[in-house]
Design a protein around this ligand. Structure first.
Ligand code: SF4
Ligand code: SF4
Length: 321
């Protein structure tokens, strides 16, 4: 039994699945930038992209289910050549699904990607965009020189179309700490972001998601190099919050990688903890009724989701007093 499971047991908690609400599809590792906190080691030189065949198999499967939301991650999902065809297909299912994208806003400023704001607005794609600070230095340090300015210009373009203002055009920003510490209180930080983004850049957005940095992949390498890994793992473990467990995203998410393989979450994906039901599971093999009874695979990194206010792709899991 691993340390995380032992902690659950000590608190008499069980981590079980509920009905899947989100199909989270990793389109591949291609990205135009290389952030230090990136847990998928994405970058401009990466070649891994989901094939058209596997993409269609995943969507064929989704069409037969009631899973209401398709959450696209990467890399930068919009860099996949099939991105637009895929979104159009999902939006025109007999039972259309909501589409979310983990938007790297800088892509809007790259030549050849000018179509993004209008296309996303047309299909009411929910945009969830990384913005680890409202001042340039922290953002450029974590995500690369010039990323702050390009993100600001991109958000202003999205705002012009109603993103961040119109309730049907959701724009959420994502904060993650620029160091080996836990995110601050999400509600208070959201108020600061709202004030500063409006005052300095006239930018509106709907919500702020605070996400804890996961000690895996590129971020784990950074922690190791700076000799902070052990200390950070202790911080996550000691900050275990039992009230976050009921809201963990692995309970209602099906995470799929660029080869169609199924995982409990994007983090388990990077750790190659593929789900199996007799044999390794691909998304097109899932029997959704049986899937609910499959155990969730855990590890020490899971403390990253249960520390403090908890953390998920939708931000904090609980409010602290
Ligand atoms: S964090 Fe997002 S934007 Fe940054 S390198 Fe990774 S995939 Fe690209
Ligand atoms: S790392 Fe994945 S499996 Fe572990 S608690 Fe977080 S979401 Fe669940």
């Amino acid at each position: 039994m691993n340390a995380f499971d032992r902690t659950l047991e000590e608190h008499k908690l069980a981590l079980t699945r509920s009905v899947p609400k989100i199909l989270q599809l990793n389109m591949g590792k291609l990205c135009n930038i290389t952030c230090t906190h990136c847990h998928v080691n994405a970058g401009p030189g990466r070649k891994e992209l989901i094939s058209t065949t596997h993409l269609n198999l995943a969507l064929d499967w989704m069409e037969k289910t009631d899973v209401p939301t398709l959450d696209l991650t990467g890399g930068t999902p919009e860099m996949h050549p099939d991105f637009r065809d895929m979104v159009e297909r999902v939006r025109f299912f007999d039972q259309p699904r909501e589409v979310m994208t983990r938007l790297n806003a800088t892509i809007i400023e790259e030549p050849g990607y000018e179509w993004i704001p209008e296309f996303h607005a047309k299909h009411k794609i929910v945009c969830i965009a990384s913005m680890p600070c409202y001042s340039p230095d922290n953002v450029n340090e974590q995500r690369g020189v010039g990323v702050f300015d390009r993100s600001i210009t991109a958000f202003q373009k999205l705002n012009k179309l109603g993103y961040g203002i119109d309730p049907d055009l959701k724009l959420h920003l994502v904060y993650n700490p620029n160091g080996a510490f836990l995110p601050p209180d999400q509600k208070k930080l959201k108020a600061d972001y709202k004030r500063e983004m409006k005052k300095h850049f006239d930018i509106d957005f709907h919500d702020l998601f605070c996400i804890t940095n996961m000690p895996i992949a590129r971020y784990a390498t950074y922690l190791k190099r700076s000799k902070q890994l052990a200390e950070y793992l202790n911080l996550l473990t000691e900050s275990f919050n039992p009230s976050s467990v009921g809201n963990l995203m692995c309970r209602d998410t099906i995470s799929v990688d660029w080869e169609g393989r199924v995982f409990d979450c994007d983090f388990n994906q990077q750790l190659n903890m593929q789900l199996a039901n007799g044999s390794p599971l691909n998304v097109w093999d899932i029997d959704i009724d049986k899937f609910v009874s499959l155990p969730i695979l855990t590890g020490r990194h899971c403390f990253g989701c249960t520390a403090g206010s908890g953390s998920s792709c939708g931000g904090a899991l609980v409010e602290l007093d």
